[in-house]
Design a protein around this ligand. Sequence first.
Ligand code: NAD
Length: 505
Amino acid sequence: MQHDKNVTATVGHLIDGQIVHEHGRSQPVFNPATGASSTSVELASPALVERAIASAEQAFAAWRETPPLKRARVMMKLKQLLEQHADEIAQLITAEHGKVLADAHGELQRGIENIEYASYAPELLKGEHSRNAGPGIDSWAEHQALGVVAGITPFNFPAMVPLWMWPMAVVCGNCFILKPSERDPSSALRIAQLALEAGLPPGVLNVVNGDKAAVDALLRDPRVKAVSFVGSTPIAEAIYAEGCKHGKRVQALGGAKNHAVVMPDADIQNAVSAMMGAAYGSCGERCMAVPLIVAVGNETADRMIAGLKTEIAKMKVGPGSDNGNDMGPLVTRQHFEKVKAYVDSGVAEGARLLVDGRGLKVKGHEEGYFLGPCLFDEVRPGMKIYQEEIFGPVLGIVRAHSLAEAMQLINDHEYGNGTCIFTRDGEAARHFTDHIQVGMVGVNVPLPVPVAYHSFGGWKRSLFGDLHAYGPDAVRFYTKRKTITQRWPSAGVREGAVFSFPSHH
Ligand code: NAD
């Protein structure tokens, strides 16, 4: 096994503070704007994963004893380093994911906000205390670290989603193993190197790159106490089942099909602008993207369509590295083919394709995975493009007669990640937020992604497990509660044996 200081053309792993290359299996990483492979990523063997777990376990003994304030100071330093290296990290994201640079900066910023929250660790870990829970008896509850915990992350937010997980896990005293997406692994690895520079001791955060083989090794190893997963629903469900079978604590966030309800009284121009970003931002590759509009009333639908067509005509699609572009390519050729096939199926199933992005050619980037924005009208439940997550720049309009009908559609859908309503009617909005079966809800806010000091998670088949990601729920997920009851009997108040259950009358 060979150790390098810098990641070169082959993306390796970070174990015990060192970049490690295994020279075993690997796969190419593509630049989606050119279709060329800029680098390759190593796919860890189970033996390498075990080495990472051993490193984390060894680091845990000292890290768990490190005062939370000292752990938090590493986060404060890391925030500074990430701000200094923001351009470099955004470029890594864009080169492997394809999203436009401004969007890559946005994802990094949201990640940094999770680091800011993690730096409140001493406050978050204070626990609960009751003096005189009984005569001369004090009782308190504390949050103790679990030990070695792991995170498995998706391609679509290669920097941000890992930052949802490991900063909170490590400030709570755990040691972490991150398995990033093999499609765009470089930014997460670079951020982990900066965490070392910020003072995180070797072994507290290890990164293993890889595929199912690495994930299976993490799921089966009894030394890994908890697993956070973010990705597609079938994999989330399988990971939840397998992790639970092996006695682990698991939170597994899955896919989505988010609907926006547009009411007849909505500010249509605002709804159109909001929907442009929500549907086509990051090429629709966001779990909080909004690929469906439920327009209440035909006139609402027609006005939305007219506005959307005008805005779509102005959109610039091209390489994400060019700041003038609004939308970059899809992540891989395979994903491009899959999204295109969804558009074909929508046409075959009878939805009306009003804007067809399938023929788009970007000059000088003919091998890139570019699909132009697509807009469907007359999408109906039962169609594949209604039921399934497309994860591409495909927006569909569903026509409904009433708010009740729109809400029924949303509540009947298998996913329940995000939703929103556009309206000027407070009563309708309150009824919607109260009764909709979805985890994150916006009112005139198309992407209601909770800020770092709240927690993120969907309902129904968008999340398997009990606790949401980051924010206050992360403290609960990455710690176990211990409640201690203490008495120091003094000679004067010593009691004899008591056989009844202690209580207060
Ligand atoms: P994915 O499920 O293909 O992969 C996610 C992770 O799981 C990757 O690290 C991958 O290597 C690993 N993986 C893939 N197949 C596996 C298998 N058979 N066994 C074990 N591990 C496996 O997801 P993706 O395509 O990278 O990401 C897009 C998906 O993620 C979308 O469905 C999107 O909605 C979802 N997502 C959800 C959220 C959320 O918060 N709910 C956030 C971002 C993305």
